[in-house]
Design a protein. Structure first.
Lengths: 267, 83
C-alpha cells in the first residue's frame, strides 16, 4: 500500500494505492469514490478491507480523499461537487499513467451520485460501476444529514429552535464538525440517480444491505432499478443481510457484503 | 417479521446494543436511557428506519416524545406507514 499526493485543480489530494498483491498480473484498476462526512469516517475500515481483497484478486485499487476531506488539502466548506469530480479525473490520470488498465468505478453512498453524474457528463470514462448502498436522491440525503443537528436538540429534550428554514439561511452550516456550504447543499440536491442519463455501455452492479431476512432491496432502490431495467440498462442488483457499517459508532465488518462485492468481479 | 420485531432489529443493529434489544418492551424508555442513543445515533436511526420502512420523517416528527419509549417509536412508524 502506497500513500501519495495527486495534484488536482484546487490542491493536492491524498490517496492510497493498493497494487495487485504479491506482484500478481494487473487485471484492472478500481477507483473508489467515497461517501460523505461521518459516513466516510465510519466506513474507513471496510473500504481498506475491500481494497485489500480486490488487490488480492489482482486489481490495483486507488482510494482517494476528495478536496477538503481526510488528508487532502483544503477545507470542506470550499469544496464543491465539480471540484471533487476534477479530483476523480486527476486520480484517473494518475492510475492510467502508473498502471494502464481498464478502469472500474467503485462508489459508495453519496459517492454514487458524484460518480454517476461524472459518467453522464463524460460517457466512456468506465464500463463498470460498482455501487455500494448508493444514495439515490441527493436532496433527501442532505436533509438526512441536516437532521443530525435537529436530532441533537431532540435528544437534549429541549424545544426545537433550529428548524430547517433557518438552517438554510446561513452561508456555512456546521453539522457535527463538518462545514457545509450552500453550494455543496445545492450541488448535492440537484443529483438523483433516476435523473441520470447513463450510457448503455455501462454495466452497473448495485449492492444494498438489508436489515431483515430474507434480504430485500429498499423500495426506493427497487423503483430506480426497474426503471433502468425497462430502459435496457445493464444492471445487476442484490441485497445482502448484513450490518450497515457506515452508520455505526463502533466499527463492524460486513463480511457477506464484502464477499458479494468480490463475486461481481468473478463473472 | 412483524413491525415491532423489525424496529427491534433496526435498533439492535444501528445502536449496536446486542441482546439488550431483545428485552425492550412497549414501556422501555429509549432517549436518555440507552447511552448509545446520542444525536448522531438518532439521525442514523431515523435514516435507517426511513429506508427500511419506506417512510418520510418530517423535521417536526423529530422530538423527544417520538423516542421516549420503544412502544411510542413503533406506533410512530405504524402511523407513518398508514396510507
Amino acid at each position: 500500500m502506497k500513500p501519495l499526493f495527486i495534484k488536482s485543480i484546487k490542491g493536492n489530494i491524498f490517496a492510497l494505492y493498493h497494487p495487485p498483491k504479491d506482484g500478481r498480473a494487473l487485471k484492472g484498476n478500481i477507483l473508489f469514490i467515497p461517501p460523505f462526512a461521518e459516513e466516510l469516517n465510519r466506513s474507513r475500515h471496510m473500504i481498506s478491507h475491500q481494497a485489500r481483497r480486490f488487490a488480492a484478486m489482482g486489481y490495483g485499487v486507488l482510494i482517494l480523499d476528495l478536496y477538503g476531506t481526510g488528508d487532502s488539502e483544503g477545507i470542506l466548506e470550499d469544496a464543491s461537487i465539480d471540484i471533487w469530480q476534477k479530483d476523480i479525473l486527476a486520480a484517473m490520470s494518475w492510475l492510467s499513467e502508473t498502471a494502464p488498465a481498464p478502469l472500474i468505478f467503485w462508489a459508495m453512498r453519496s459517492g454514487a451520485l458524484i460518480a454517476a453524474d461524472l459518467i453522464q457528463k463524460n460517457q466512456g470514462l468506465t464500463d463498470l460501476l460498482i455501487l455500494w448502498s448508493p444514495v439515490t436522491n441527493g436532496e433527501k440525503f442532505i436533509n438526512q444529514f441536516k437532521r443530525i443537528k435537529l436530532a441533537g436538540q431532540a435528544s437534549k429534550a429541549t424545544s426545537s429552535e433550529i428548524t430547517r428554514e433557518n438552517l438554510s439561511s446561513e452561508d456555512i452550516i456546521e453539522i457535527a464538525g463538518y462545514g457545509l456550504s450552500q453550494k455543496m447543499i445545492h450541488d448535492f440536491s440537484a443529483l438523483a440517480l433516476n435523473k441520470m442519463n447513463l450510457p448503455k455501455s455501462l454495466a452497473i452492479k448495485w449492492l444494498d444491505i438489508s436489515l431483515s431476512a430474507p434480504p430485500r432491496l429498499s423500495p426506493a432502490a427497487q423503483i430506480i432499478i426497474e426503471e433502468w431495467q425497462n430502459d435496457h440498462m445493464d444492471i445487476t442488483a442484490e441485497a445482502v443481510k448484513d450490518v450497515s457499517f457506515w452508520a455505526l459508532q463502533e466499527p463492524e465488518f460486513a463480511q457477506d457484503y464484502s464477499a458479494h462485492t468480490l463475486a461481481f468481479l468473478k463473472d | 417479521m412483524s413491525l415491532v420485531e423489525e424496529v427491534r432489529e433496526t435498533l439492535k443493529v444501528i445502536l449496536q446494543i446486542g441482546e439488550r434489544a431483545n428485552s425492550l418492551d412497549r414501556d422501555s424508555p429509549l432517549l436518555g436511557h440507552i447511552p448509545e442513543l446520542d444525536s448522531m445515533a438518532v439521525a442514523m436511526l431515523i435514516t435507517a428506519l426511513e429506508d427500511h420502512f419506506d417512510i418520510v420523517v418530517e423535521d417536526d416528527d423529530i422530538s423527544a416524545e417520538t423516542f421516549e419509549t420503544f412502544g411510542r417509536l413503533c406506533d410512530f412508524i405504524k402511523e407513518k406507514q398508514a396510507p
